[in-house]
Ligand binder design. Structure first.
Ligand code: NDP
Ligand code: 8X3
Length: 256
């Protein structure tokens, strides 16, 4: 029960890493504020989190791309949900695998609006309260893709390189406060990520993980839980993790 008395906002909690993090935090007795666009999926995650031990759960239907909706959602939280101790900036996606000179501009906009602008909007809305209360921890999902660009993925990789810079900048700007800032940078994790990337093409999505033992959402949740349960004077700047079959974004070993 290492998160008893703590309240966490998890964006993108309706699937994948966000849902797994909700379950991991629930098992440690946290109060959970879950945000995403698919209310039905969020309700399923909420009820499982309660069954796993979450002290209480409050769900918000939120599109992080909408600056005003994000600020309104945070401003209008019921008083008992207003004091966020842990923010997990997880909402994010990739769209398409295309050469830069032929890529769909709509895909680029969706990635940049979600992964970069959404990250900024949520952080801008939540972090001031942490500074005033003199407690808080911001955990952002970066990616190996933010460290090493792979072909046909320039815009997604650029969005994660931006997340890395934002995270580092936030840590610098919070120096002198007790608020901690952590980047979690995974390699391939089997979630809905590739299904979303390929606009629902399940065959293409399955090929991404073919012949490897990919990371699971639970593995990433475990790293997040570790980072947020260190002693209060310890700031984990970055956790970089891959499956044993992956060395970096360009080098993956697949069994025949
Ligand atoms: P999933 O597709 O399984 O989950 C993505 C989550 O983000 C969903 O809950 C989705 O909810 C939410 N989301 C997407 N767009 C928005 C939006 N505009 N507003 C609010 N919520 C949104 O993917 P993952 O769990 O794998 O991805 C989570 C994070 O981890 C992302 O930031 C991703 O870039 C990062 N990551 C993933 C890796 C992987 O290989 N899977 C590796 C490295 C990093 P809904 O659709 O209901 O809004
Ligand atoms: C997700 C990992 O390599 O599919 O950030 O881009 S990868």
């Amino acid at each position: 029960m290492r998160l008893q008395g703590k309240m966490a906002l998890i964006t993108g909690a309706s699937a994948g890493i966000g849902a797994a993090t909700a379950y991991a935090f629930a098992a440690e007795g946290a109060r959970l504020l879950l945000a995403a666009r698919r209310a039905g999926k969020l309700a399923e995650v909420a009820s499982r989190a309660l069954a796993l031990g979450a002290r209480s759960v409050h769900s918000i239907d939120l599109d992080v791309r909408s600056r005003h909706a994000v600020q309104r959602a945070v401003d209008e939280l019921p008083p008992e949900w207003a004091e966020i101790d842990i923010l997990v900036n997880n909402a994010g996606l990739s769209r398409g695998m295309e050469k830069l000179y032929t890529g769909r501009i709509e895909d680029w906009e969706e990635m940049i609006d979600t992964n970069v602008k959404g990250l900024l909007y949520v952080s801008r809305a939540v972090v001031p309260g942490m500074v005033v209360r003199r407690r808080g921890h911001v955990v952002t999902l970066g990616s190996m893709a933010g460290e090493l660009v792979y072909p046909n993925g320039a815009v997604y990789c650029a969005s994660k390189a931006a997340a890395r810079a934002i995270n580092d900048g936030l840590r610098e700007d919070l120096l002198g406060t007790p608020v901690r800032v952590t980047s979690i940078d995974p390699g391939l994790v089997e979630t809905e990520f590739s299904l979303v990337r390929f606009h629902g093409d399940a065959g293409k999505a399955a090929n991404v993980y073919k012949g490897i033992a990919p990371l699971r959402g639970e593995d990433i949740a475990d790293a997040i839980l570790w980072a947020v349960t260190r002693p209060e004077h310890v700031n984990i700047a970055r956790v970089s993790l891959t499956s044993v079959n992956q060395a970096n974004t360009l080098l993956v070993h697949r069994e025949a």
